[in-house]
Design a protein around this ligand. Structure first.
Ligand code: NCD
Ligand code: ZN
Length: 350
């Protein structure tokens, strides 16, 4: 049987939520990833040291447990934590003094335009450069990366493309600031990568697989609905081109964003696709189908390590080409492709 081993996979964009949801889903990421960049869009969002540290310790206690091999509901306590939560703050116009004090405790700061997605009401109202200058200059000097949810408030299919001028303005005004275009979904965003040296990107697994047709082309699929929405076939092609060919500026970030089943299967469906427990299996299937398995290591870990100078916790994940049936649900969350079969499964984690 064919196997493929990934060393220290990293998820560079992950929603772990809080409370019972955190307890239920965090072990699914800490089982197969060495670390993840944790999104700050809780209610209220993470905007100070106290809430950051408290959240990190709740994540640590949730991830110090792992799933038993026999898939039973019981958790087996591990002696050591092999998963690093890379913490982020929710962007506001912070003072330099505040950032100097917190910079050793955070990996990055995540910027959301106000109201553009789940729990982003306290985000940026206007991209007035002078209002943001103190914060962005300090971030640049303190080497704090800026992670951006890049969507305008325009027509839903055009929101990401319309945001490109803001990326350009930020990249040119702060040439030493590391800017990550999060979960890119368009050819327009892919083209920005080679235009500005300080622009990088994360790409999800679902945007490598689906287009708007899969979401709304036939019966509406709430579990594939997310922000940014999946786009056109040519956009997906551009994303696959850079991910599968190990473009050095793109990193895997799942944007796995769980919502309870009732919030997805309802009028006013919440945005977010839950992929954390199936991401590596799906990536193996995609890369293998294009004969690019050798490039997967760069996409799921090596690029992020070089871009950010990370030294992840050691973990070796071996996958095998044996079908994996995606469960109907994980606790109260329905994953992408529930009940479908993926060609690759996880064999072992060391
Ligand atoms: C995310 C969430 O649910 O927190 N939803 C989503 O559709 N991706 C927020 C986000 O990353 O936009
Ligand atoms: Zn997200």
């Amino acid at each position: 049987m064919r196997t493929h081993t990934l060393i220290m996979p990293l998820d560079m964009h992950l929603h772990l939520r809080d409370g019972a949801m955190l307890e239920a889903i965090a072990p699914l990421s800490s089982y197969s990833f060495s670390g993840a960049v944790i999104m700050p869009n809780l209610v209220p969002p993470i905007t100070n040291k106290q809430s950051l540290e408290a959240y990190k310790s709740r994540i640590r206690s949730a991830t110090n447990r792992r799933i038993n091999d026999d898939d039973s509901d019981e958790f087996e306590l591990m002696d050591m934590d092999y998963f690093e939560p890379l913490m982020t703050l929710f962007y506001q116009n912070y003072s330099r003094e505040f950032l100097e004090d917190i910079c050793d405790d955070i990996f990055a700061i995540k910027l959301y335009p106000a109201g553009i997605t789940t729990n982003s009401d306290g985000g940026v109202e206007s991209f007035e450069i002078e209002q943001m200058r103190e914060t962005l200059e300090a971030m640049s000097e303190l080497s704090i990366p800026l992670l951006v949810h890049g969507e305008s408030d325009g027509f839903v299919m055009d929101r990401e493309a319309e945001f490109m001028s803001i990326y350009e303005m930020l990249a040119l005004s702060f040439p030493d600031l590391k800017i990550v275009m999060e979960h890119i979904t368009t050819k327009a965003a892919v083209q920005m990568l080679d235009r500005y040296k300080n622009l990088y990107a994360t790409i999800t697994v679902h945007h490598l697989l689906i287009t708007l047709d899969d979401v709304a082309g036939a019966a509406l699929q709430p579990h594939l609905f997310c922000k940014p929405i999946a786009k056109r076939p040519e956009d997906r092609e551009a994303l696959r081109e850079v991910a599968l060919n190990a473009h050095p500026k793109v990193m895997f970030g799942s944007d796995s964003a769980p919502h309870p089943q009732h919030a997805k299967e309802s009028c006013g469906c919440a945005a977010g696709v839950f992929t954390a427990p199936i991401a590596l299996q799906l990536l193996c299937e995609i890369f293998d189908s294009e004969d690019k398995l050798d490039n997967l290591q760069a996409f799921v870990s090596d690029n992020a390590q070089s871009i950010h100078g990370l030294c992840p916790e050691f973990k070796e994940v071996t996958l095998k080409q044996e079908p994996f049936k995606v469960p109907e649900s994980y606790s109260l969350v329905v994953p992408m492709y529930a009940n479908r079969s993926i060609a690759w499964s996880i064999e072992d984690v060391l």
